[in-house]
Design a protein around this ligand. Structure first.
Ligand SMILES: CC(C)(COP(=O)(O)OP(=O)(O)OC[C@H]1O[C@@H](n2cnc3c(N)ncnc32)[C@H](O)[C@@H]1OP(=O)(O)O)[C@@H](O)C(=O)NCCC(=O)NCCS
Length: 201
């Protein structure tokens, strides 16, 4: 499966993607809002393997896709939507970008495509996300997509020597449909003959 947006291709992970993920997950800028203090090759290989396993699961409940640049094919992050059961009515999203590509609108572009996929292709009723209250970039991505803050969990995480607050965000299908949107992503399923046609402007 692939989601094609104006500048990005969100595609399935491949086993040989791990070096590109390791390169950005060991960047201190990336690690700031995670409990991890570093990432090893072994951990990142397992991280990518988790996504490969999710691809093969039947029924498939989780869709964590590699974010790549249309212009070069470079892997610059990942973005996904996860459900817990077949015919689930809700799912949660997550995303991460390599720091060298921050603040260019890529996370918003990728997350918009994955939320749209959740509502239109998975038929979800509600999509939610959580992020650390201090993670201003992530909060802004969610708010730009129209998710509403539904909860503020005080000091529910402890790592790197301090307590962290977590925010819960959510949006309903009718709220998503009522929003003005940029061109939707073009979804390509396995077996589609038109594998690179119809790129949206
Ligand atoms: C959070 C993250 C995904 C944002 O990615 P990004 O591609 O830089 O986000 P965008 O370019 O789409 O920016 C979206 C908005 O957030 C703002 N923003 C981005 N980073 C910001 C920051 N550090 N502080 C304040 N605002 C920020 C942008 O200015 C933009 O708002 P605007 O359009 O009003 O100017 C990225 O910083 C990241 O990968 N961080 C590490 C992993 C992580 O925290 N993932 C989320 C876990 S919940």
């Amino acid at each position: 499966m692939k989601l094609i947006t104006r500048r990005l291709v969100l595609r399935e992970f491949q086993e040989d993607d791990w070096p590109a993920v390791l390169a950005y997950q060991t960047d201190p800028r990336y690690l700031r809002y995670y409990a991890w203090t570093d990432r090893t090759e072994e951990e990142v290989r397992a991280f990518v393997q988790m996504f490969l396993d999710q691809q093969r699961a039947r029924p498939r409940l989780k869709f964590q896709l590699a974010i790549t640049l249309q212009s070069t094919g470079a892997l610059i992050g990942n973005c996904g939507i996860r459900t817990e059961a077949t015919n689930a009515y809700e799912g949660d999203i997550g995303y991460e970008l390599a720091p060298d590509h921050w603040r260019q609108g890529y996370a918003t572009e990728a997350a918009r495509a994955i939320v749209d996929f959740g509502f239109t292709e998975l038929g979800l009723h509600r999509i939610w996300a959580q992020c650390l209250a201090d993670n201003a970039g992530s909060v802004r991505v969610l708010e730009k997509l129209g998710l509403q803050c539904e909860g503020h969990l005080r000091e529910n995480a402890y790592f790197k020597g301090r307590w962290w607050d977590t925010l819960l965000y959510g949006i309903l299908d009718r709220e998503w449909r009522a929003r003005p949107h940029a061109a939707p992503a073009h979804t390509i399923h396995p077996g589609d003959s038109n594998n690179h046609g119809n790129l949206l402007p």
